[in-house]
Design a protein around this ligand. Structure first.
Ligand code: 5GP
Ligand code: ZN
Length: 112
């Protein structure tokens, strides 16, 4: 059994758990966070399982750049290109799902 077999986001990507899709292509999936922290709160994930952003950056930097590009596009469409991009990394930084995900917070003026 691999790490990905018991991963919430792998199950969402596979369609085994429902989600509200924002964007999808061959390598990447984006969906609304179930507990939004901003007017628009989207999670962007690579379809391949990596535990965190450092693993993704080391293994597939082009995919990390692609995720940033998608975040920019979402913010361009929803809020004149302004957004906050967060990768919580490690339990003590608030990471609760160990499949790398970019939080895109946009759609309104954000507090500091
Ligand atoms: P983390 O705390 O790991 O940085 O972020 C995990 C995020 O996943 C949280 O913001 C949480 O609200 C979101 N989340 C957890 N379970 C689900 C789910 O089943 N569906 C969706 N759409 N989001 C989820
Ligand atoms: Zn996964």
């Amino acid at each position: 059994m691999s790490e990905a077999d018991d991963c919430l986001f792998c199950k969402i990507i596979a369609g085994q758990i429902p989600s509200s899709k924002v964007y999808e292509d061959d390598t990447t999936y984006a969906f609304y966070d179930i507990n939004p922290k901003a007017k628009v709160h989207v999670l962007i994930v690579p379809k391949r399982h990596y535990a965190n952003v450092a693993e993704l950056a080391a293994a597939d930097p082009a995919e990390l750049a692609h995720i940033v590009e998608i975040a920019q596009r979402i913010a361009d469409e929803r809020f004149h290109g302004a957004y906050r991009l967060v990768f919580n990394t490690g339990l003590d930084a608030g990471q609760t799902v160990f499949h790398v995900h970019a939080h895109v917070l946009t759609g309104e003026v954000l507090d500091e």
